[in-house]
Ligand binder design. Structure first.
Ligand SMILES: [Zn+2]
Length: 207
């Protein structure tokens, strides 16, 4: 029993009081500011990202979140290099966890967004980018890390009441984490109650 318990707690991925996960590789992004005073974290938003699009492991996501993307390296980069965005976390293809912004601060990942009538989701959410795209499956290592991280975020921030995809809170504008993201697999691995997945549970069966 002790073994099972320790596996599920995985204290190494739990954010400290400063909002940083000690076991994550820290890559500071300047793209953050304060959350509105007194506003608790209520939502975890899952995304996918790949730079250049469809390519993995280039290091360009880190560069992008640090405002040092080389606009001459790829035609797509010229269109986004001056965009100021970030997420709290990135989960690489091999499952490595990278953290850019303290969970206590507001990262700039959701943009125009609406969670059941609450706008500006950045104010009250934690953003997790999963390295990937809408056309390819994610890796087992990524599910393991995302599940372990989500479990620890729920433990550290009991005010979190839901997980959503970027496409759920910005429908028509965003498609990530995309059709290949297996929410049932995440729910199983992280032990998520159905109430934590409001966009899944309200969906008609088979859709
Ligand atoms: Zn997104």
């Amino acid at each position: 029993m002790a073994e099972r318990r320790s596996r599920y707690l995985r204290p190494a991925l739990r954010p400290g009081a400063d909002g940083w996960v000690a076991a994550a590789r820290r890559v500071d992004s300047p793209n953050f500011d304060e959350r509105p005073a007194g506003m608790p974290v209520g939502l975890v938003v899952l995304h996918n990202i790949s730079l250049p699009p469809g390519q993995f492991g280039s290091g360009d996501i880190e560069a992008f979140f640090q405002n040092r993307l080389d606009a001459t390296r790829h035609p797509f980069f010229a269109t986004i290099h001056d965009v100021r965005v970030s997420a709290h976390f990135l989960v690489a293809r091999d499952g490595e966890l990278i953290q850019f912004v303290s969970c206590n601060a507001r990262a700039w990942h959701a943009g125009l967004s609406d969670f059941f009538g609450r706008e500006r989701c950045n104010d009250f959410s934690i953003g997790i980018e999963i390295e990937g795209c809408d056309d390819l499956p994610f890796t087992a290592a990524q599910y393991d890390t995302v599940a372990a991280l989500v479990r620890e975020l729920l433990a550290a921030y009991p005010s979190v009441g839901a997980l959503a995809g970027h496409s759920d809170i910005a429908p028509g504008r965003k498609t990530d984490p995309g059709p290949h993201f297996d929410w049932d697999r995440l729910a199983g691995e992280a032990g998520l109650a159905p109430a934590l997945l409001p966009y899944r549970t309200v969906r008609p069966a088979g859709k």
